[in-house]
Design a protein around this ligand. Structure first.
Ligand code: HEM
Length: 163
């Protein structure tokens, strides 16, 4: 089935790439909410973002195994072996590590939060420092995973191989 982004991609990669593109503004929203002390909303946004990414990664792996497409001209391109294959491998490793790391950050935040006087979730000071550090690492990893996914989409479905 054709995708909806106007490229040569089938529907499924378009759904994945649109979800990946949404990860960046969602994370930004989550960080701004945390900085403004709206930690209940921060929790909801980060929790949702993480699960969107998790669902996308699992669904994409299944789709690739069952119905993955080939791209005419890609295997003959000069960058196929030198860049594309190592980049794909790096992206997969990064995506799996990111899902595990961000899952740990989310799980630990939920386990260790308590309710502040204002009804918003909060941590004790030591845990706050830990969550801020690991939270920022998770944000950077999530952005890199999304960005590398977008590069792969471009190589597969936007770049013109002259075929
Ligand atoms: C993928 C999941 C998450 C990521 C990437 C993440 C990331 C972050 C980041 C980067 C900050 C620091 C913002 C700043 O510099 O001020 C932060 C703060 C905070 N996060 Fe998360 N977070 C996640 C999930 C959660 C969850 C599930 C909770 C649930 C309770 C939570 C509670 C908090 C709180 C209470 C703060 C404020 C800490 C403080 O300054 O007192 N976070 N988070």
């Amino acid at each position: 089935m054709d995708g909806f982004l106007g490229t040569r991609a089938p529907l499924f990669p378009d759904v994945v790439v649109a979800s990946l593109a949404a990860v960046v503004p969602l994370l930004l929203t989550g960080v701004v909410l945390a900085k403004r002390g709206r930690t209940a909303a921060h929790k909801t946004v980060m929790f949702a973002t993480y699960h969107v990414l998790l669902a996308v990664v699992i669904a994409f792996v299944v789709w690739n195994a069952v119905a993955g497409t080939t791209v005419d001209g890609l295997e003959e391109a000069w960058f196929y072996r030198s860049f594309y294959l190592p980049f794909i491998a790096g992206h997969v490793v990064l995506a799996v590590f990111t899902v595990l790391f961000a899952g740990w950050v989310t799980w630990r935040a939920i386990r260790r939060r308590s309710e502040g006087a204002d009804g918003q979730p909060s941590f004790d000071p030591k845990e706050t420092g830990h969550h801020r550090r690991t939270g920022w690492v998770a944000v950077v990893l999530l952005v890199l995973t999304a960005a590398s996914g977008l590069v792969i989409y471009w190589i597969r479905y936007v770049h013109d191989y002259g075929g």
